[in-house]
Structures are given as structure tokens and as C-alpha cells.
Write a protein that binds this ligand. Sequence first.
Ligand SMILES: O=C(O)CCC(=O)C(=O)O
Ligand SMILES: [Fe+2]
Length: 186
Amino acid sequence: MVRSTIEEYAVKANFLAQRLAEYLAQNLGIKANYFQENCSPSSSSLRMNRYPPCPYPSMMFGIIPHTDTDFLTIVSQDQVGGLQLKRNGRWVSVKPNPKALVVNIGDFYQALSNGVYKSITHRVIANQETERYSAAYFYCPTYETVIESCSKPSLYKKFSFKEYREQIQKDVKATGDKVGLSRFLL
Ligand SMILES: O=C(O)CCC(=O)C(=O)O
Ligand SMILES: [Fe+2]
């Protein structure tokens, strides 16, 4: 029962992500079937997050500041709150609304759009009293997909998802941080 609900949710999130990705691509000269060709339901993933209450929220994050490694992320959250986005150098709290979805741009859309869309840095603040739940659907291409900027001059070297992931693994090992798209700047 739980499993089939989650599977159904993933199918719907995939459908929505593809539509949104296509919509955002319209004025960028990206082929209409780009996402259909490069993404499959099995290349994307759904992560269920549980944030236990934390007695020392000022010393601990729910999730440390990061950008997502994907085209788009669709987040569904409960009423607790804690998600923050970095805007103009400041952290802005996202008002929790269990009836709404939060859609974030990820690294791959920033690269594909040649910086027109920005992969948003975000984090989750821990809550002292209440546990929090969220579900994040990461809309991703297959590992072999080569991501190339849609306009010239390109800000980024082209790279495959596989290369990008391997670079992250190296950087996390060496620095504790994923570093991300700045590694691929030209
Ligand atoms: O829990 C949230 O609201 C966001 C989760 C998130 O950023 C992630 O899983 O990458
Ligand atoms: Fe995230």
C-alpha cells in the first residue's frame, strides 16, 4: 500500500517535472523532445527525508547548504518548515505549505540554459521540537547524457552526468564539499 502510493507519486512527479522542464526550455532553443530523449523514469529518483527534532538547531543543519545535481527538483513538505533558499546573498525561508510543491532549478538546467536559469543554493534548518518530513523528486538524465549549453559562447564545458558525479565524489572526498558546476566553468 505504502509502496504503491510512493510509486504513484513518483510517476506523477516525473510527468510534472518533464512538463515543467519542457515549458522552461521553450524560449531557449532547446529541442522540444530533449527531456523525453535524455531522461527516463529510472534516471530520476525520489528521496524521502525525515528530520528528527534537534536539541541544538543553531549548531546543526537538517541538510547543509547545497545545490541539487539534476535538472529540476520537486519538493513536497509538511507544515513544519525549515527550508531556506539563498537569494542575493541572504537566506530566505520558504513558507511551508503542505498543499503546494516547491520547484527548484538544479545544476544541469543551469548548465543547459547557459546560466539563464540558476541552480538555487538551499539548506534545511533543524527544528528543536518537531520532526519534519519532505519528499524530493530529482529529475535527472541518464548517466551517459552529455549536458551542453544551449547557446554560445558557452559558460561551461560539456560534461556527462557520469563525469559530473565522479567529480563530485572526488571533491567531497578531498574537500568535504561537492563544489559543483564551478568545476566546469570555461
Ligand atoms: O527537505 C527539503 O525541503 C529539501 C530537501 C533537499 O534539499 C534535498 O533533498 O536535496
Ligand atoms: Fe536539495
